[in-house]
Design a protein around this ligand. Structure first.
Ligand code: NIG
Ligand code: FE
Length: 395
């Protein structure tokens, strides 16, 4: 198996808890080297002690971080909603209703069109340092279209999420009731989706699905072997976050409108609060209060929520910059949230940390420190990406 040593790393963020005494939350090592063997990290430490390898790459004093783990995205869709964004910027509020526009366009697209569109977005993410991504369905909302959305997503990641409960589609609005749609989601749609999915998600919100419906859908998913996650408290206060904590879900996402009880529930659970600051940026909503969560001891991850409606960015660096500037996370907390905590939010123990045995997902930054991710917003700082040990963006 071929080995590569990346040496001359001015600042290496490992996220390795074993290095936290000296290296803080990010387990920083200065003047470092990393040895990659095949798809895995073989060695991490001071450059002066690095073992020899077949290939040597000199980082020239620049920083290296773990690849971003984007634990929340909706990449399987067709069509464009820039007009909705433009209207929002002139004062229209964001509502969940726009989802139905994308559903119509997604249903009309061919499998090939959907696949090439996802491929383009995944490549866009990779070029910006994202090496692991979760992808949801949720713009099909029929048995056939949800199953094929997940089959498309599966070509790009193991972390696929069945989101048939995104909104009630138009054909169920008149004559039938939302409960009829929940029956479809928990019955034939789940059966068709489950072979292609690892997770099940529900948009628990006014205008989408209430807490009782979310509970029933997550229970049905669990019976089919899917682990639960939840969109909750995005647009309004509600019971979604507490449901997620009660059920012990791995992650609950958005968490924009939180009561004291919600924060206490998160604190007393292992459930990760995944914050999606690109959404508030793109919808002009108030940002979630990350500081309040972190100070309470809640585990916080950051993700993009890349989707055509509420937030069409694939940039984890932008999310980090927003989290630092607008949500009072420290640069270290934000990077940790976008890497190690993103991995935890997907129950992955093989990515998000650079230590021997972990998957070799690394990003070389054109900067002396990870702090530049927030300090230089909007600047393309990714100079190289290795995914499972393979250079996918030349360093
Ligand atoms: O995570 N909240 C629900 N779903 C997406 C938005 C989808 C859309 O507007 O198309 C979200 O923000
Ligand atoms: Fe989402």
């Amino acid at each position: 198996m071929s080995t590569t040593v990346i040496t001359g790393i001015g600042e290496l963020a490992t996220n390795d808890p074993a290095r936290s005494d000296e290296g803080g939350l990010l387990g920083l090592v200065h003047d470092a080297a990393v040895v990659v063997e095949g798809s895995r990290v073989a060695w991490v430490g001071p450059a002066a002690d690095a073992p020899a390898a077949d290939v040597q790459v000199d980082a020239g004093g620049r920083a290296v971080i773990p690849g971003f783990v984007d634990s929340h995205s909706h990449l399987v869709f067709a069509g464009d909603r820039s007009a909705e964004f433009e209207a929002r910027m002139t004062g229209q509020p964001y509502t969940a209703g726009g989802i139905r526009t994308t559903v119509a366009r997604t249903r009309a697209a061919t499998d090939e069109q959907l696949t090439s569109h996802v491929a383009r977005l995944v490549a866009e993410m990779r070029a910006q340092g994202t090496t692991s991504v979760e992808i949801k369905s949720g713009y099909g909302l029929s048995v056939h279209d949800e199953a094929r959305s997940l089959a498309v997503a599966r070509q790009f990641t193991e972390d696929t999420t069945f989101l048939g409960a995104h909104v009630v589609p138009v054909e169920f609005q008149g004559g039938t009731t939302p409960e009829d749609y929940v029956d479809l989601v928990t019955g034939p749609m789940l059966a068709a989706a489950a072979p292609h999915a690892r997770w099940i998600d529900v948009f628990c919100e006014e205008g989408a699905f209430d807490v009782d419906q979310a509970r029933a859908i997550l229970a049905a998913g669990s019976d089919s072997g899917l682990r639960g996650r939840l969109h909750a408290n995005q647009l309004t206060y509600g019971g979604g976050v507490q449901l997620a904590c009660e059920l012990g879900l791995v992650a609950v996402d958005h968490c924009t409108f939180l009561s004291d009880l919600d924060v206490e529930s998160l604190r007393d659970s292992r459930t990760i609060a995944t914050l999606l600051p690109g959404v508030e940026f793109s919808t002009r909503q108030p940002y979630p209060d990350a500081r309040r969560l972190l100070d309470a001891g809640v585990r916080v991850a950051l993700a993009s929520d890349c989707n055509p409606g509420s937030c069409f960015t694939s940039s984890m660096a932008l999310c980090i910059a927003l989290a630092v500037r607008e949500m009072r996370m420290t640069p270290a907390e934000a990077l940790h949230g976008a890497t190690a905590m993103g991995a935890a939010a997907l129950a992955r123990d093989d990515v998000g940390v650079l230590a021997p045995g972990m998957v070799a997902d690394l990003v070389l930054l054109d900067a002396p420190s990870y702090v530049h991710l927030a300090y230089r917003p909007g600047v393309p700082l990714v100079a190289g990406v290795w995914q499972a040990g393979r250079p996918v963006v030349p360093g």
